[in-house]
Design a protein around this ligand. Structure first.
Ligand SMILES: [Zn+2]
Ligand SMILES: [Zn+2]
Length: 181
């Protein structure tokens, strides 16, 4: 299994808004296809609906991570080593192993690292585990994340459209992949 060529980016990781694969970095607008080093796609689901989605080119992914506090990065990488299995794919929580198909599994984040049109790596984190990870990161790091959201998701969203966006358990989706290669 491990030696199979990389599969194409699955429909699951397509842009809901455009109903096709992501083409540009949400942060800088760079064309993803030309991106060297692997871009990241993340989608957060609440109550079974995609409430936020973004793609980050390699450059922006690193830039975002650099803004995370040392303390947060350390905690996240420790947590990753101890708790995260990066090989469960998009359908099972990389932390607790719960299946997305399980009843009541409506909140989760899926993340893929892609290159060109291929999916290199993918993980899912359930809402419960995501909340736990959220608690590991510092206020400063949460601010970095909030700024990214404010700058890239033009608002204000109509009331309730992005429920408790600060709590969307996504920031961890970036550092979970700090150890690429
Ligand atoms: Zn970018
Ligand atoms: Zn879980």
């Amino acid at each position: 299994m491990a030696d199979e060529p990389s599969p194409p980016i699955p429909r699951d990781l397509h842009c809901e808004y455009e109903e096709r694969a992501f083409r540009h970095c949400t942060r800088c607008g760079e064309t993803l296809e030309d991106d060297q080093g692997g871009f990241q796609i993340s989608k957060a689901y609440k109550k079974g609906e995609c409430v936020m989605e973004y793609a980050l080119c390699d450059h922006c992914r690193i830039a975002m991570m650099e803004e995370f506090s040392q303390e947060s990065k350390k905690r996240l990488s420790d947590y990753q080593h101890e708790n995260v299995d990066l090989h469960r794919g998009l359908h099972h929580c990389s932390v607790c192993g719960v299946a997305r198909s399980e009843e009541g599994m409506d909140d989760f984040v899926i993340t893929g690292i892609c290159e060109g049109v291929h999916l290199i790596h993918s993980i899912m984190v359930c809402g419960k585990c995501g909340d736990g990870i959220q608690e590991l990161i510092s206020v400063k790091t949460r601010d970095t994340w909030r700024r990214f959201v404010d700058e890239n998701f033009p608002g204000p969203p109509s009331e309730g459209e992005y429920p408790e966006i600060e709590e969307v358990p996504s920031p961890h989706a970036i550092p979970v992949f700090t150890t690429q290669g």
